[in-house]
Write a protein that binds this ligand. Sequence first.
Ligand SMILES: [Zn+2]
Length: 71
Amino acid sequence: MALDGPPKSPNPIKKPDEYREVDYLMCSQCGTPCYVFEMDGSRITEATCLVCGNDEVRLFNMGEEAGSDDE
Ligand SMILES: [Zn+2]
């Protein structure tokens, strides 16, 4: 087998699962996108909803349901 370049990937756009950037969090209480938050890796460390005043990080989610580890 000759080496004639890299093989074509069927999925050119692939998202890494390890770390994904989060643009906003969804407040579970009022369903509003929240842009005031801090994260450590993929974990929410601090978040505040300016709409309902929720500041419990457990009551926020990443806006995507996939792969969330519910208790
Ligand atoms: Zn809220």
